[in-house]
Ligand binder design. Structure first.
Ligand code: ADP
Ligand code: ZN
Length: 630
C-alpha cells in the first residue's frame, strides 16, 4: 500500500514537471535576440518577412529566414509601420492560457496533498513496524533454553499460589474445563505493595504451564501520540491469539487503567482513555475458550477504573501482602540457595529481625550480606553480615568519613542511651536490639528495637510507651548534660504523629472520645488525605489532649532517667568507646550499674569519673567489649 503511494507520487511529480517544461519550452524558445534599434533598421531596409507578436515580445523572421526575438516598448506605434512595410503579422494573447492558470493554482495544492498523504502513510508503516517489534520483543517462551521460573521460586504467599494453581491447570489442559462448560476467568488482578512478588508470580504461572508469556508494563502504552497505546494493545492481542494458550501480563496497570481524573496518570487523558478502551474491547473480544489469561498487577487498586473490574474482565482479585515471619523464612531460604551461608547462621533469627520486609527487600538483603561477606574475604555469610546488610538497607550506608566533634558524640551517646534505658524500663515495650552512635544515612545515632512479633493491632499502652521512648532522647540530654539540642527533632515529630493519631484517629482519649476525626490514608502509597471535619472547639480539645499526652510521656521518661541516672552515665561512657552495643551487652552494663549504685548508696565516697567497670563482676565482659571494638 505505501509502496503504491510512493510510485504514484513520483509518477505524478514527473508528469507535472514534464507538462511545465513543455509549456515553457514552447513559450521561451531560445532565439538570438536583436536590439530594438537594429530591428527598426531591418524593418526600414525591408529585411523583415514576418513577425509574431505576443504583448511586447516579438518573434521575427527575416528575409533570409532567420529567427530572432526582440522586445517592443510601444507596440501601438509599431503596428502602422509594420503594415506599411507589408510584413506578415501574427499575434497571440499575452495572458497565459486558462489551462496554465488552473495549473498554477492547483499544482501546489496537489503536491502538498500528496506529500502529506505520503508522510502519513510512512508514519503508519513505521508505527506498525514498531508495534509488531514491540510485541515480539516482549514475549518470553519458557522451555526454549530459558530456565523457567516455577512456583518453587515463589515463597511465603501460599494463598495466592493456591488460587493461581487453578489457572495453571487450566492453561495446561483447557479441554478438561471447557468440556464441563466451566468458565475460567480471563483476567486476574494481582494487587499489593511493590516488591511482594507479583511479577514473579505471573512469571511462575507461565513457567509452570510452559506457555508463552507476554510481559508488558503499563507505561509501555503511554506514548506521546494519541492512538499508539491503543494500537499496541490491539497488536498484543492479535499476536497473543496466534500463540494460544498464553499469558499476557501487564505490570503497573494503573498507568493506563486509572480512573478518569485520578492521580498517577502520565500522558494525556485522551491517550489513556483510548488505551483503556482498547484493552476493554480486546478483553471482551476473545472468548473464554481462547485460553488467553490476562494478568495485571498494581499497587494502587484504589485508583483503577471500575470498568476494569466488571465481570468478564479483571473479575478475579488476588491480594498479596508483605510476608509474615514464616513467609520471610521461606523467602530467605529460596534466596540463600544461591549463596554460601555459614552453618552457624540461623535464618530464623534473620526472619524475625526483618518485620515488614517484602520479598524484594529480602532478596536484596541476602545479596547485600553476600557482598559484605565477600568484601571481607569470608568463606560463608555470617549473622554479622546480615545485620550489617539490614542496617544498610534500612538506615543507609555507614557514614564513616563524617567527622563528628567530641561534644556531638557525647550528646549522641547520652541521647541514644536515654532511648535505650527508657525502652528497657517500660514493661510492654519491644526489647532493645542494638544501640549505636555510628551515623547512618540521615540518622546520627540509632536505637533499634526488635518487635517480638509482627503486630497488627497496637495497644494504647504500647503506643504511649513508644512516645515515652521517643522523649527519652531529649530527657537524657537534659538530665545527663543539662542541654537541649536539635538532635531530638525526628523523635519529637514521630512522637507527635503517634499522639495525634491516638487522639484523632484511634479514639484513645477520654476527653475527645471514641471518635475518628481524620480520614485514614488510602492506598499503599499512604498519601495522607487528612481533612479537618471538626469544629473549632473540638480542635482545641484535640490540641490540648495531644499536648497532655506527650507531656505526660515526657515526664515519665524524665522520671525513669532520673532514677537511672547512674546507668545513663555509665551506658553513655561505654557507648562513646564501643560505638555499638547489643542487647546482651546492655544487660551486663545494667547489672554493673545496679551494683555500683548499690555500693554508692552504702559509702559516700565521691563517684569516680571514668569507666567504672573494673570493679564490678561484669568487668571481664565490659573490658572485652572495649578491646574488641577499639
Ligand atoms: P512486584 O512485581 O510485586 O513489585 P517482583 O515480583 O518484581 O515484585 O519482585 C522482585 C523480586 O523480589 C523478585 O524477582 C524476587 O527475587 C523477589 N521476591 C519478591 N517476592 C518474593 C517471594 N514471595 N518469594 C521469593 N522471592 C520474592
Ligand atoms: Zn532520638
Amino acid at each position: 500500500m505505501p509502496r503504491l503511494f510512493y510510485s504514484l507520487f513520483i509518477l505524478i511529480v514527473i508528469g507535472i514537471i514534464g507538462a511545465f517544461s513543455a509549456l515553457f519550452w514552447n513559450l521561451e524558445q531560445t532565439l538570438p535576440t536583436l536590439k530594438y534599434n537594429d530591428f527598426l533598421t531591418s524593418l526600414d531596409n525591408n529585411d523583415i518577412a514576418a513577425v509574431h507578436l505576443k504583448g511586447g515580445n516579438i518573434t521575427l523572421t527575416d528575409t533570409a529566414n532567420r529567427k530572432f526575438s526582440t522586445f517592443s516598448p510601444d507596440v501601438t506605434s509599431l503596428l502602422p509601420k509594420l503594415l506599411t512595410k507589408k510584413v506578415t503579422i501574427t499575434a497571440e494573447n499575452d495572458k497565459p492560457s486558462p489551462f496554465f492558470n488552473i495549473l498554477t493554482i492547483t499544482l501546489p495544492i496537489v503536491i502538498l496533498f500528496f506529500i502529506l498523504l505520503f508522510s502519513l502513510a510512512k508514519k503508519q508503516q513505521q508505527t506498525d513496524d514498531d508495534n509488531s517489534d514491540f510485541t515480539k520483543n516482549k514475549v518470553i517462551h519458557y522451555g526454549k533454553g530459558i530456565n523457567p521460573i516455577t512456583f518453587d521460586d515463589v515463597a511465603g504467599i501460599p494463598e495466592a499460589k493456591e488460587e493461581l494453581r487453578e489457572i495453571v491447570n487450566f492453561l495446561k489442559n483447557p479441554r478438561k474445563f471447557s468440556r464441563l462448560g466451566a468458565i475460567i476467568p480471563k483476567g486476574v488482578l494481582l494487587q499489593g505493595p511493590p516488591g511482594t512478588g507479583k511479577t514473579l508470580l505471573a512469571k511462575a504461572i507461565a513457567g509452570e504451564s510452559k506457555v508463552p508469556f507476554f510481559n508488558f508494563s503499563g507505561s509501555d502504552f503511554v506514548e506521546m501520540f494519541v492512538g499508539v497505546g491503543a494500537s499496541r494493545v490491539r497488536d498484543i492481542f492479535r499476536e497473543a491469539k496466534k500463540q494460544t494458550p498464553c499469558i499476557v501480563f501487564i505490570d503497573e496497570i494503573d498507568a493506563v487503567g486509572a480512573r478518569r481524573g485520578a492521580a498517577g496518570g502520565v500522558g494525556g487523558q485522551d491517550e489513556r482513555g483510548q488505551t483503556l478502551n482498547a484493552l476493554l474491547v480486546e478483553m471482551d473480544g476473545f472468548s473464554h475458550d481462547e485460553t488467553i489469561i490476562v494478568l495485571a498487577a498494581t499497587n494502587r487498586p484504589d485508583i483503577l477504573d471500575p470498568a476494569l473490574r466488571r465481570p468478564g474482565r479483571f473479575d478475579r482479585l488476588i491480594s498479596i501482602l508483605p510476608p509474615d515471619v514464616k513467609g520471610r523464612l521461606k523467602i530467605l531460604k529460596v534466596h540463600t540457595k544461591r549463596v554460601t551461608i555459614s552453618d552457624k547462621l540461623d535464618l530464623k533469627d534473620v526472619a524475625q529481625n526483618t518485620p515488614g520486609f517484602t520479598g524484594a527487600e529480602l532478596a536484596n538483603l541476602v545479596n547485600e550480606a553476600a557482598l559484605i561477606a565477600a568484601r571481607e574475604n569470608k568463606a560463608a555469610i555470617e549473622q554479622d553480615d546480615f545485620n550489617e546488610a539490614k542496617d544498610r538497607i534500612m538506615i543507609g550506608i555507614e557514614r564513616k568519613g563524617m567527622v563528628i566533634s567530641k561534644d556531638d558524640r557525647r550528646t549522641m551517646a547520652f541521647h541514644e542511651a536515654g532511648h535505650a534505658i527508657v525502652a528497657k524500663a517500660l514493661p510492654e515495650a519491644d526489647p532493645i536490639q542494638k544501640i549505636t552512635i555510628v551515623p547512618r544515612g540521615r540518622a546520627m545515632g540509632h536505637t533499634q528495637q526488635q518487635p517480638l512479633s509482627d503486630r497488627h493491632a497496637y495497644t494504647k499502652q504500647y503506643l504511649q510507651n513508644r512516645i515515652t521512648i521517643f522523649m527519652g532522647g531529649r530527657a537524657a540530654e537534659e538530665i545527663g548534660l543539662n542541654q537541649q539540642t536539635t538532635g531530638a527533632e525526628d523523635d519529637l515529630v514521630r512522637a507527635m504523629q503517634i499522639a495525634t493519631k491516638m487522639v484523632c484517629q484511634w479514639g484513645m482519649n477520654d476527653v475527645v472520645g471514641p471518635l475518628a476525626y481524620a480520614k485514614a490514608s488510602e492506598g499503599f502509597l499512604g498519601d495522607d488525605l487528612n481533612q479537618t471535619l471538626y469544629s473549632e472547639s473540638t480542635a482545641r480539645h484535640i490540641d490540648m489532649e495531644v499536648r497532655k499526652l506527650v507531656e505526660n510521656c515526657y515526664a515519665e521518661a524524665r522520671e525513669i532517667l532520673t532514677r537511672e541516672k547512674h546507668f545513663l552515665g555509665h551506658l553513655a561512657e561505654i557507648l562513646l568507646q564501643t560505638e555499638t552495643l547489643d542487647n546482651e551487652e546492655m544487660e551486663i552494663i545494667a547489672d554493673c550499674s545496679a551494683k555500683k549504685q548499690h555500693d554508692l548508696e552504702k559509702d559516700t565516697e565521691s563517684p569516680p569519673q571514668q569507666h567504672e567497670c573494673m570493679t564490678c563482676p561484669a568487668a571481664a565482659h565490659c573490658t572485652n567489649m572495649n578491646l574488641e571494638s577499639t
